[in-house]
Design a protein around this ligand. Sequence first.
Ligand code: MG
Length: 164
Amino acid sequence: MDAESFRVGFGYDSHRLAEGLPLVLGGVSIPSDRGCVAHSDGDAVIHALCDALLGAAALDDIGTHFPDNDPAYKGIDSALLLQKTVALLRSEGWRVNNADITIILEKPKLADHKPLMRARLSELMGVPAGAVCVKAKTNEKMGFVGAGEGVAVTAAVSIIPLTT
Ligand code: MG
């Protein structure tokens, strides 16, 4: 692989939290009294990851490929969106090299769930678990995340040509 064929992408997503909704992050259901308000299942980890992957391949953004006003995506399992995104990149000649994710959520604490998210995301993207890092932190009680009103996620990825 020559250095010019290596690409990086960055993604961000946030969702409002409300009581009584399921919380799904990184393809994993997490016990919580609050979950994401969203058109899909509200998996902000996968949404940020999809945007990072699409960005790396210069393929626009998740809202363009999976519009949130399209009934086809209402309540959809975001795992499918990630699989579709990876397939799209593959059709354009790219594969995932690694992904590095940071989840910013005041509660619940995610430490116990990180290994499962990592395993699930690596499975969905078809890469070794060692190519995926899931990190979690609070926002030190500041802002909308700190107030427990929402969750925010950042994702950085690198992609390389399929031929490497
Ligand atoms: Mg989203």
